[in-house]
Design a protein around this ligand. Structure first.
Ligand code: ADP
Ligand code: DP6
Length: 326
């Protein structure tokens, strides 16, 4: 990346929710209906550089060298920062995703966490992690958790001021890895934002989901405390399936699974029947993530490479929180 002076650059890693966020009680402020819990990953991240300048007459935004200056999501987010910092200059934003965009691999989480950090600092604000998390939330809910490394929880709250992420454990003591099986890196047809809104408004099971998440979250946090990999894996797998049940029970119904996703899920089950401790989770896209211990990575990769290429299989360890890299 070639940048002239004055740019502030931040790197944020993606996070994958083990207890999912699916549905908002306030669409404008992005306040969720349930707490969620995630693992930040070291292999997938976004680098974003920002500079405010009085030479611009509108924001100039590039993602992976493509001009996306008309992205209202990003321009609105920059407006929030301008208001907080009491400045009026427009911004140069250059962002690089080391993660497929809009494919259920959480580019929105790393993207808005990196943008929140870089743009707030470039605007002259000095924010604490909690304040950064609240700010990142205004761009995308899952970004609240990408401010932090390791295991993080998003406390749902009720208002702009009490809905933010907190670190649960970083560095992570549990031996936990996440293998992302990248089945399709193309943008999905139904974004998380649209998909979760439809689930809230039309799934008859939505209230049951919110209640169940409270139970799942307590179990997951206890498993992390007790270093109980299998309980955390099991609860993550069921919580993901419960989230996907909300897409299939919406009106009109929709699904993020494709044939390959089912095949990976079946491989996980077969591996488990053969004594390999592994569990799957899935987000708003067909890609499957497998949670496993270090000793089993080789066996799991060997099973997957019967059907998929090496490049489709990315092994991640727990990653760190947002950082400035210049
Ligand atoms: P994903 O599964 O990749 O998170 P979503 O549909 O939830 O997919 O979010 C994709 C959206 O996230 C994009 O449309 C864009 O608005 C935003 N996004 C992705 N990457 C970045 C980035 N580097 N900087 C700012 N916003 C980003
Ligand atoms: C399935 O954070 O992308 O990945 O807040 O509308 O931007 P918005 O949605 P987003 O949704 C993430 C949904 C999920 C689950 C999760 O990350 O908790």
């Amino acid at each position: 990346m070639h940048l002239s002076n004055g740019f502030i650059t931040a790197r944020a890693h993606t996070n994958i929710a083990l207890i999912k966020y699916w549905g908002k009680k306030n669409d404008d402020l992005i306040i969720p209906n349930n707490n969620s819990l995630s693992l930040t990953l070291d292999e997938f991240y976004t680098d974003t550089s920002v500079k405010f300048s009085n030479e611009l007459s509108k924001d100039s935004i590039f993602l992976d060298d493509v001009d996306i200056s008309n992205s209202t999501k990003i321009v609105n987010f920059l407006d929030i920062i301008r208001e907080k910092a009491s400045i009026s200059e427009y911004a140069y934003v250059k962002s690089y995703n080391n993660v497929p965009t809009s494919a259920g691999l959480a580019s929105s989480a790393s993207g808005f966490a990196a943008l929140a950090a870089a743009a707030s600092k470039a605007a002259g604000l000095q924010l604490t992690s909690k304040e950064l998390s609240k700010l990142a939330r205004r761009g995308s809910g899952s970004a609240t958790r990408s401010i932090f490394g390791g295991f993080a929880e998003w406390i749902k709250g009720n208002t702009d001021n009490d809905s933010y992420g907190v670190e649960i454990e970083n560095p992570v003591t549990m031996d936990i890895n996440m293998i992302a099986v990248v089945l399709n890196d193309q943008p999905k047809k139904i974004s998380s934002r649209v998909g979760m809104k439809r689930s809230v408004e039309t799934s008859p099971y939505y209230n049951a989901w919110v209640k169940q998440c409270e139970v799942d979250l307590i179990k997951a946090k206890t498993a992390i405390k007790e270093n109980d990999f299998n309980t955390l894996g099991k609860i993550s797998e069921s919580n993901a399936m419960r989230m996907h049940a909300l897409t299939m029970s919406a009106e009109p119904a929709f699904m993020y699974f494709n044939n390959d996703s089912i095949q990976v899920i079946n491989s996980v089950k077969t591996l488990r029947e053969n004594g390999v401790e592994c569990y799957f989770t899935m987000d708003a896209g067909p890609n499957v993530k497998i949670i496993c211990k270090s000793k089993d990575i080789k066996k799991i990769k060997a099973a997957l490479t019967k059907t998929f290429n090496d490049e489709q299989i990315v092994v991640s360890k727990p990653g760190c929180g947002v950082q400035f890299i210049n």
